[in-house]
Design a protein around this ligand. Sequence first.
Ligand SMILES: Cc1ncc(COP(=O)(O)O)c(C=O)c1O
Length: 317
Amino acid sequence: MSPENLCGSAATHVWTRTVQCSSSHLSGRGRAHHRSHASRNARGARVNSIVTTAGGYFTSEEIDQALAKHKPVLFFLTHGESSTGVVHPLDGIGDICHKHNCLFLVDCVASMGGAPLYMDKQGIDILYSGSQKVLNAPPGTAPISFSERACQKVFNRKTKPVSFFLDMTWLANYWGCDGKPTRIYHHTAPVSAFYSLRESLAILAEQGLENSWQRHKEVAQYFHEGLEKMGLKLFVKDKNARLPTVTTIVAPPGYDWKEITSYIMKNHNLEISGGLGPSVGQVLRVGLMGGNSSKASVDMVLEALRDALRYCHKSKV
Ligand SMILES: Cc1ncc(COP(=O)(O)O)c(C=O)c1O
């Protein structure tokens, strides 16, 4: 069975439901982690978590020890953790997983196209993303890719998946990547959404993947410098672990973060979010990705923040 690439006819969440083996080990303390954990628990999978501080990431030693302790069949990590603004280092983790006879599953929903990622070189077995982030395509389609090792696991499982819609053997056949001569109807796919996804991928390919990574990096650095010049603090201390697509800013002391985000929405028509999961109440989150990853967009956001900090109530205590 050759490695397989296909696309789901649903939001990215469909893949956290699909990639379920009998036991899993989840990590990457963030929103994606919590959703995946909840999803797997709901499907009866045995789930163990490792937790690190919000805004931080796991060392290879911590992962190695956790895999030795729990002996999972699958290790899940979010590459671009959009709730904390961390881009998790991936080098070496695939090898650690394989040493423990475990598959390596990565969520790159918020990072694909915006931060360097090498599925084969980094030993990733299952990698999924979404159409609606860096690709700027409409939401509702979710690309996924399986390594040879993952294909073997999926196609040789002894029990049937509980979901027909999410059965990879059917989906692989439907997408014509199971090597069989005949394709069988599985569902009616959102064809127009797939065309828009294809076009957004073509635009990214025209720009060049490395150029896109570089642009996101430079724009994020420009943004971070602008924030620090205004006296704001970045939530992720390690500069190299800052996700170029989603910036987390420490909620400005003395302010009500909700007043800031509402003010900016009302007066500047820009959506800045608060924290999610482990970062609730602690941060403001700004997503600048794909077409929005530009210095002009950064200037707009900085101006909106400057204005909000001038007009929103600041407690003197
Ligand atoms: C890192 C990450 N994973 C998963 C998701 C979920 O994607 P979807 O809403 O398409 O299910 C998001 C959404 O923002 C995300 O940022």
